[in-house]
Design a protein around this ligand. Structure first.
Ligand code: GLY
Ligand code: MN
Ligand code: MN
Length: 434
């Protein structure tokens, strides 16, 4: 599978040399590090999960000299402290590098590997240490260009070659996504079914993330959001440490990351005590209607912006009915006078990255959905005092404040029938009330 991906990349590179560094360990505090998280592009092309590695894809070289890995060498003491390394031999035999080297040889060997490449493909601005080596090497080659007659003539972004590949999921990737999303959905069900035993957001975080680990996932795909009451109006709330209050809603935005880094991303909002108040129910109904309509429109040929605007229109009309917005719907949409209540987009691509790679628009051209793409559909309404009320829009009565609702599903584009991968997490009002 990785070899096939490399072959596709190499054919797209057509004379260029791509340098894709893996991730490094990041210090958390003193000599403790964050859990290692491989770079998604590097992982997609190699399946190699060790830090400090660098991959070269040399489309200007002959077959058998095109995939080069630089890795940490085997070293008994390091392996005793920090675990197994594949080393040079493993990189060649298990990970099928045409040639592997110790990573500290990168600077010395790079000039030769770049020799003859028409262009360099490298993500500038993300890896200063490697970037310095690449720029030095390139600058030397440019200086020698008049006497030797060739040097790479520009640096291009890897996203030009990889994003479209990653955006269209293979059958195998779709299966992995099904698993990531299914575990995530089951965790949401577990939370709702056990909510009467919990009285604090943190306990719910523990329950949900414990389930991810129990099911063999690596852990949460992103910082889990467990937001009761008004906390739900903070979109990226991760403090997760408030006690529950009577009549609070609980918004949980959480998904797992599998060992091969495929991710779920699901949000559910439900009444902790089992009954919506009239105001909560009114808002929930609007968000659910917007979400269902948006999902129905996840079909090939449609753009994500079209889906977003479908959701926005339903939310604006719904908010007008309950007098939280007023005026002409088209004008409210055009002036974005709804954004104090719905301030984010309706979804994003989902895959190896939670906010996965792939263009939404290219200039004025809106990228149409195709079978095999996976995206989230996640409208919401958040009512609080945090943002100013746009000119001409009504003040908000106290009874609405502190209601934050988002409903987020993960959807596979599949002909005219969108497949909701997260359907095991229930969302009808009758499912959520006791
Ligand atoms: N959990 C991040 C998002 O929904 O986009
Ligand atoms: Mn999302
Ligand atoms: Mn989410």
């Amino acid at each position: 599978m990785y070899q096939k991906r490399r072959e596709i990349l190499l054919s797209k590179l057509d004379g260029k040399a791509a340098i894709i560094p893996g991730a490094n360990l990041v210090q958390h505090h003193s000599d403790c590090e964050y859990p290692f998280r491989q770079d998604s592009d590097f992982w997609y092309l190699t399946g190699f999960d060790e830090p400090n590695s660098i991959a070269l894809f040399l489309s200007h070289k002959s077959i058998g000299e095109r995939f080069i890995l630089f890795v940490n060498p085997k070293e008994a003491y390091s392996e005793v402290w920090n675990g197994f390394r594949s080393g040079i031999e493993g990189a060649e035999t298990v990970f099928m590098a045409d040639k592997a080297h110790e990573v500290n040889q990168f600077k010395e060997l790079l000039p030769n590997y770049l020799h003859g490449a028409e262009e360099i493909v490298f993500a500038v601005g993300r890896n200063p240490k490697i970037e310095t080596i690449i720029l030095d090497t390139w600058s030397n080659q440019l200086q020698r260009y008049p006497s030797v007659g060739s040097a790479p003539n520009s640096i291009k972004s890897p996203s030009l070659y990889l994003n479209e590949m990653r955006l269209l999921k293979s059958d195998y990737e779709i299966e992995r996504m099904r698993e990531a999303v299914q575990i995530s959905a089951e965790a949401h069900e577990l939370v709702r079914n056990n909510i009467s035993l919990k009285n604090n957001e943190r306990q719910v975080q523990g329950l949900i993330e414990g389930y991810f680990l129990e099911k063999g996932a690596r852990g949460p795909a992103y910082n889990s959001i467990v937001a009761s009451g008004d906390n739900a109006c903070v979109l990226h709330y991760t403090t997760n440490n408030s006690d529950f209050k009577k009549d609070d809603l609980l918004l949980v935005d959480a998904g797992c990351s599998l060992f091969d880094y495929y991710n779920g991303d699901i949000t559910r909002t439900f009444p902790i005590g089992g009954k919506f108040t009239a105001e909560q129910k009114a808002i929930y109904e609007i968000v659910l209607e917007a979400q269902k309509c948006a999902i129905e429109n996840v079909i090939p040929g449609v753009s994500t912006n079209y889906i977003h605007m479908k959701a926005v229109r339903i939310i604006v009309n719904g908010l007008k009915e309950i007098k939280l917005l007023k005026g002409d719907t088209d004008e409210i949409i055009e002036k974005e006078s709804y954004k104090h209540l719905y301030m984010h987009k309706t979804g994003h691509w989902l895959g190896l990255d939670v906010h996965d790679v792939g263009a939404y628009r290219l200039g004025d051209y809106e990228v149409p959905l195709e079978n095999g793409m996976i995206l989230t559909v996640e409208p919401g309404i958040y009512i609080s005092d945090r943002l100013p009320i746009p000119e001409g829009q009504p003040e908000i009565e106290q009874r609405w404040k502190g209601i934050g609702i988002r409903i987020e599903d993960d959807v596979l584009v599949s002909n005219s029938i969108p497949e909701v991968l997260s359907k095991a997490a229930l969302k009808e009002i009758s499912d959520l009330e006791i």
